[in-house]
Structures are given as C-alpha cells and as structure tokens.
Design a protein around this ligand. Structure first.
Ligand code: SF4
Ligand code: SF4
Length: 133
C-alpha cells in the first residue's frame, strides 16, 4: 500500500508561502481561522486579511503570507487550499501541472516518474478523498 511519503514529504522551505498574493479563503476557511486565532472576526479581518470585493486573502508582509515565520503560525486554521498543496488533483490532468508544481515544491519526490506519481496519488485519493498534507 502506498503512502504520501512515497510522493511527497514537506521540506518546510516555505516557498509556497512566499509571493505577493495568497490563496483566497472561502467562508469555512474564514470561520476556521477566526476560531483558531481566538479573536473576533473584525480583529482578524483588520490584522490579517486583505479584502478585495468578495475576495478574502491573507495579507502579505515582506513578500510572504503574514502567517509565515519559519512555518505556518495558523496551521490548524489555515485555508483548505494551503492544506491541499502540493498534491493538487490538477496534477492528474496534465503532466505540465506536475512539472510546474514539482519545480516549485522540493517536497515532491523529484525522482519519481509522472505515471507512477499519478498512480500513487489516485490510490491515496481513492482511500482518503482530496489529500490534505
Ligand atoms: S509544501 Fe513544498 S514548497 Fe511548501 S514548505 Fe513544503 S516543501 Fe516547501
Ligand atoms: S496560511 Fe500558513 S500555509 Fe497558508 S500561505 Fe499562510 S503561512 Fe503558508
């Protein structure tokens, strides 16, 4: 039986938390983050979120997500898209997605062939649904 570690092991490099934008938070993400931080929604919105119309993202500080400091400071309350990374189902649709994600995430097994990677990811998803890392 395959395990996640066969295709991915996070190196805690923080590359996925860098950049000038972050994933967006859906309503469940927002509620979970508010609970995890133990603050009021207004405080969380003021301190941590960048709100553009209906789109809620996390603020960026010094080129990275405001919660990044040698790891995720809101791990249990992080958005589901953060938890899903890098084992995104789109990898299964297109080898180019695999190559792009593999190039940006050193935690992806760099030796494994695309077909074998997909075989294992499909097996894991059949057991667990979408994988949260
Ligand atoms: S998921 Fe990938 S890019 Fe993000 S910290 Fe882990 S190894 Fe680095
Ligand atoms: S919430 Fe955590 S995992 Fe997501 S981008 Fe920010 S620091 Fe990274």
């Amino acid at each position: 039986m395959s395990e996640i570690i066969d295709i991915f092991e996070c190196q805690r490099c923080g590359y996925c938390c860098q950049g000038e934008t972050t994933v967006s938070l859906d309503e469940d993400d927002q509620k979970r983050m508010v609970l995890a931080l133990g603050l009021s929604e207004d405080e969380v919105r003021e301190r941590y979120w960048r709100v553009t119309g209906n789109v809620v993202q996390m603020k960026i500080v010094d080129g990275h997500c405001i919660f990044y400091d040698n790891g995720c400071l809101v791990h249990l309350g992080r958005p589901w898209r953060c938890g899903q990374w890098p084992l995104h189902p789109s990898i299964l649709n297109d080898v180019n997605n695999f190559q792009t994600i593999k190039a940006s995430c050193p935690g992806i097994n760099q030796e494994i062939a695309y077909e074998e990677f997909c075989r294992i990811l499909k097996e894991l998803m059949a057991e667990q649904g979408n994988i949260h890392c």
